[in-house]
Design a protein around this ligand. Structure first.
Ligand code: BDR
Ligand code: CA
Length: 343
């Protein structure tokens, strides 16, 4: 069954993805576009895996790769709320954030509207889920400048944090470490929260065979496969295992597409916004009475199902494009209207 033939569920989840592409961001965006359960209303971009101009260009190029250039992209914050932040995230995503797999300039441009305003506008228009797979600066600004958005968001799904070891410091994961003040505000906003920390996202691995299958599915799979291979080789420097290329951000989309794939646990979460070595850490507790904000926290992944869905659905977009189809499963019919109006 192709993406175009997939039955549409009674009610598709309308979402905005706040992102800093990023190889795993690209994979998450492609899965969202390929999923009939979802309607991707917009992408908003933030500095993170690369500088803001680069992550915005990357978001546009990933959409265009999938034939979804009509989905609006709005650029947001180019730095953290407070304090200094190292630009980029080392080199695991390569200097351009996408492992050099999508060279050239995008055909389209971001809308002439700040990410914060686009998020607030979309929340006004109807039920909206916010999928945050990057430093949380845009989301914190949106909730601060438009406090009514908190009550309008159905759900916040965040890739971030670590119960055990971090990936930037011993304690902190990148998306939280990059802007801990923003993370503390967002997690404490009162919007129903699902948090996917490294403990579960480190399980989001493709085998060599699955990566081969992804790459053989068509132009989109081949480009995504090239990104993942580059990402894996860069991880080898940190983790000493070339096969280790966790596609963290995919889980934030997967949690909406196929909730049974990820085990979630009720917990409370706090962000360390201090200045010690554990700045940016997420403290997760299931002990009754512990301080923190309630969240559903990811613990285990059905890895095989994750791989089947990602590889299968990216292959479906490829098949739809090869057949001359332009409409993507997760793209709203009227996508581009907002972009045209704002430009
Ligand atoms: C997170 O940091 C980024 O490098 C990835 O895109 C992901 O969002 C993982 O720590
Ligand atoms: Ca990311």
């Amino acid at each position: 069954m192709t993406a175009r033939e997939s039955p549409r569920p009674a009610r598709r989840t309308r979402l905005v993805i706040d992102t800093d592409p990023g190889v795993d961001d690209a994979a998450a965006i492609l899965l969202a576009l390929a999923s009939p359960e979802l309607e991707v209303a917009a992408l908003t971009t933030v500095a993170g895996n690369a500088a803001l101009s680069q992550t915005t260009s990357n978001a546009l190029r990933v959409l265009e790769l999938a034939g979804a250039g009509a989905v609006p992209v709005a650029a947001g914050a180019d730095r953290a709320l407070a304090g200094w932040r190292r630009p980029g995230h080392g080199s695991v995503h390569g200097p351009d954030g996408l492992g050099g797999a999508l060279p050239g300039e995008p055909a389209g441009s971001p809308v002439a509207r700040h990410a914060v305003e686009l998020i607030a506008g979309l929340a006004d228009e109807g039920p909206l889920t916010l999928v945050a797979i990057a430093p949380l600066t845009n989301v914190a600004l949106a909730l601060a400048m438009h406090p009514d958005v908190c009550g309008k968001l159905e759900r916040l799904v965040v890739m971030g944090g670590a119960r055990l070891e971090g990936n930037v410091s011993a304690a902190a994961e990148f998306n939280i470490w990059a802007d801990p003040e923003a993370a503390a505000r967002v997690l404490g906003s009162g919007v129903p929260l699902t948090l996917l920390p490294l403990d579960v996202t480190h399980q989001a691995l493709l085998t060599a065979g699955e990566l081969h299958e992804l790459s053989g599915g068509g132009r989109i799979g081949e480009r995504l496969g090239a990104m993942v291979r580059h990402y894996g080789s860069e991880h080898a420097a940190s983790y000493g295992d070339g096969a280790f290329a966790p596609l963290h951000d995919v889980l934030a989309v997967l949690a909406l597409v196929d909730p049974g794939t990820i085990e979630l646990e009720k917990a409370v979460v706090e962000v360390d916004t201090g200045s010690s070595a554990s700045r940016g850490a997420t403290l997760v507790s299931t002990r009754p009475g512990s301080p923190g904000v309630p969240a559903l926290v990811g613990t285990r992944l059905d890895r095989r199902r994750f791989a089947e869905l990602l590889v299968g659905r990216v292959g479906e977009i490829d098949a739809a494009l090869a057949a001359g189809g332009r409409e993507q499963a997760g793209v709203p019919a009227a996508a581009g209207t907002a972009a045209a109006a704002d430009a």
